[in-house]
Unconditional design. Structure first.
Length: 186
């Protein structure tokens, strides 16, 4: 069951989300954004237009899926968004791939469940305008339109295969390529 009022507008749900997790105004107009790793390491990156457009939908996805922020919540929403597709938002693909990758190791069960849930869902990245009309829709009706399942759903064999394929690609990107480059240098 969602912690967000299903009859509230997406605008109201987003305001609650930003308030609940102390995210200020969402940082949509900031020049830079920060990624925190394990509360110790921080990377500051430019807040490019593609990332800004993606993160507006990403934040609404947190409201619609009820995944929190924090390490586990970002792994879950990353898995959900990768599985449901990030469309033309390459910044979302890149950032979510990192979240999915660490989630596979730190939170394997919940990350896999979120991935399976995403495979059964649509999301806002595809053919949706972020505008007043979208923000006026209710949380509940939007969840229904996107076919976001509320409860855990049973994984299919194909879900496991696709998840394993994603794991293989991410392992190659994050571990295999750096090892190969180091081997060439040494």
């Amino acid at each position: 069951m969602s912690t967000y009022n299903q009859s509230a507008s997406l605008r109201e749900g987003l305001a609650e989300y930003l308030r609940r997790y102390n995210l200020g105004d969402g940082g949509y107009n900031d020049r830079w954004f920060k990624i925190k790793f394990f509360w110790k390491f921080v990377i500051t990156l430019p807040n490019i237009d593609n990332r800004v457009r993606a993160v507006k939908f990403h934040d609404l996805h947190h409201v619609l899926t009820d995944y929190p922020t924090g390490l586990r919540g970002e792994a879950e929403i990353g898995a959900w968004e990768i599985a449901s597709g990030c469309g033309k938002y390459y910044a979302a693909w890149i950032l979510n791939a990192g979240s999915l990758f660490y989630g596979m190791f730190l939170y394997p069960r919940t990350t896999f469940r979120a991935f399976v849930r995403g495979r059964r869902s649509k999301n806002l990245y595809k053919n949706v305008e972020y505008d007043a009309a979208l923000l006026a829709k209710s949380v509940g009706s939007t969840s229904h339109e996107l076919h976001i399942p509320e409860a855990r759903i049973k994984a299919r064999f194909s879900d496991g295969l696709l998840y394993a394929a994603c794991a293989a690609v991410l392992l190659a990107l994050y571990i295999g390529i750096p090892i190969a480059v180091i081997a060439l240098i040494v």
